[in-house]
Design a protein around this ligand. Structure first.
Ligand code: PEP
Ligand code: MN
Length: 337
């Protein structure tokens, strides 16, 4: 970290700040130039509050030379991480596709979709049991019963199951029954939930918040990792912008950015980004082309009657065709699918 002083800063201002930082275990390298004098702060500065340092008398500005995240940082972990979800490696050469309905609606629905997506080559089954809906009057999910139905679909197909957790009091049940625990966009900064998930060793699928910067998103991964759970997979699902034509704006640039900053695998959810089924195919192709390690795609056997997100759900046949097309793109970018 670099602290730049104002030309008017006094020796007392600098001495006071030096003593304060040294008492916290940092080493200070002071440099007095012709136009500016500055401190180089050496040590683990991730716990230092830049805004607080700026209020010291004589300080002009404070700059980080390193990102505030450590465990998720590519710099300290040059190898890309591969997260193992019940034998399915996420982050390796093979692009893994997670597919299934937005919500679990019945045992027949989720099992049928599971069989269809498995036949098309999906590696995992998704399905919401606890649903974070904007309106309290919308379908809220089958909750525990939904988890039971997901387990039945896993039993029938062998596909690992992915579903969203909304509160820490459900962690025990999720750890027991779910293979990949999803933290939804709306809970990306539910830090108490993240801390509790950090105490487990279950793989976590961490969606990007509705209006979260890339750094905020990685810092949320850092929360889980700081607790000792390194099994984090990031998921870009579109962000809120001024554009209203699409449900969200898929931030494709976030994929190469996150892969540069972090060693964690990144999957892309084109369904929640677009909000419209016909856009899912081109966006999924683009995601593979820019380096996504996986995709999360909503598939429903009767989207017109879906209880949630039917408009963005692919029918099983379209999903199967998309999987075929994606193979070619994966090959061009040196991946398998
Ligand atoms: C979902 O995956 O069903 C979901 C609610 O996604 P998000 O948290 O990205 O909105
Ligand atoms: Mn959905």
């Amino acid at each position: 970290m670099i602290i730049v002083f104002k030309p008017t800063a006094t020796v007392e201002d600098k001495t006071k700040l030096k003593e304060q930082l040294e008492s916290r275990g940092y080493q200070i390298h002071a440099s007095d130039g012709v136009n500016a004098s500055l401190f180089g702060v050496v040590g683990d500065t991730s716990a230092l509050d830049m805004n607080l340092l700026r209020v010291n008398d004589g300080v002009e500005k404070v700059m980080r030379v390193q990102e505030p995240f450590k465990r998720a940082n590519h710099m300290f972990h040059p190898e890309d991480s591969v997260v193992n979800v019940c034998g399915v490696p996420v982050g390796g050469k093979k692009i893994q596709v997670i597919a299934g309905p937005c919500s679990v609606e019945s045992i027949e629905q989720v099992t049928e979709v599971a069989q269809d997506v498995k036949a098309a080559g999906a590696a995992m089954l998704r399905g919401g049991a606890f649903k974070p809906r904007t309106s309290p009057y919308s379908f809220q999910g089958l909750k525990e019963l939904g988890l039971d139905y997901l387990k039945a679909a896993r039993e029938a197909t062998g596909l690992p199951i992915v579903t969203e957790i909304m509160s820490a009091d459900k962690i025990e049940r999720f750890v027991e029954d779910v293979d990949l625990i999803q933290v939804g966009a709306r809970n990306m900064q539910n830090f108490e939930l993240l801390k509790e998930l950090g105490k487990t060793n279950k793989p976590i699928l961490l969606k990007r918040g509705l209006a979260a910067t890339i750094e905020e998103w990685i810092m949320s991964a850092e929360y889980i990792m700081a607790g000792g759970n390194e099994n984090v997979i990031l998921c870009e699902r579109g962000i809120r912008t001024f554009e209203t034509y699409t449900r969200n704006t898929l931030d494709l640039s976030a994929i190469p950015a996150v892969k540069k900053l972090s060693h964690l695998p990144v999957v892309v959810d084109p369904s929640h980004a677009a909000g419209m089924w016909w856009m899912v195919e081109p966006l999924a192709k683009a995601a593979v082309a820019v380096g996504a390690d996986g995709l999360l795609i909503e598939v429903h056997n009767n989207p017109e009657c879906a209880l949630c997100d039917g408009a963005q759900s692919l029918k099983p046949e379209r999903f199967a065709n998309l999987m075929k097309d994606l193979k070619g793109i994966a090959q061009i970018v040196g991946r398998d699918l």
